[in-house]
Design a protein around this ligand. Structure first.
Ligand SMILES: [Zn+2]
Length: 170
């Protein structure tokens, strides 16, 4: 989490990706840095259906969106809410890893979604953000290159954690 905190955009998530479309473009660029590929057969020859805002695979004909076959698949929550939730979870967790903030109620109030949706959003988001690279969600909201401590600081040590806290404090 602390690694992700150091990589959040300076303007904040909402300032950097203010619309659903901006979030979707960010997701596409993060998920497929070398160009969109079919999630089923990995084929790189992909068309776009403007009317449905969907991609389609020219090999297996699968229609898919930026969200298909990913953590965002069939989510009832829009990408704007996912991105904002990620930022809140990263900020709270990096500073207070012992506390369970933000709560599902916090997310419900901030994002204007149901408690059930907020609770599920938090659970799914954490499963992504706690992966070593932040998962797809973490990579979406983290900009710039990964930050790491000097090579003489052992990876995963308390020394490394202190190094990161020091970075944030300055
Ligand atoms: Zn395909």
């Amino acid at each position: 989490m602390i690694r992700l905190l150091l990589r959040l955009p300076e303007a904040g998530v909402a300032g950097t990706w203010p619309t659903e479309r901006a979030c979707r473009n960010r997701l596409i660029a993060t998920r497929w840095p070398d160009g969109v590929r079919c999630p089923k057969c990995e084929n790189a020859i992909v068309g776009f259906l403007k009317t449905r805002q969907n991609f389609y695979c020219k090999s297996c004909l699968l229609q898919f969106s930026a969200q298909s076959h990913s953590i965002f698949h069939r989510s009832h929550v829009n990408l704007l809410s996912w991105f904002r939730a990620a930022e809140l979870l990263i900020r709270y967790n990096a500073h207070h890893p012992d506390l369970n903030y933000p709560t599902g109620h916090d997310l419900r109030d901030v994002l204007g979604i149901s408690y059930a949706a907020a609770h599920a959003l938090k659970r799914k988001s954490l499963s992504e953000l706690l992966q070593p690279d932040g998962g797809l969600l973490g990579r979406c909201v983290a900009v710039g290159s990964a930050v790491s401590a000097p090579s003489n600081v052992p990876v995963g040590s308390s020394e490394e954690l202190l190094w990161f806290y020091h970075r944030i404090a300055n």
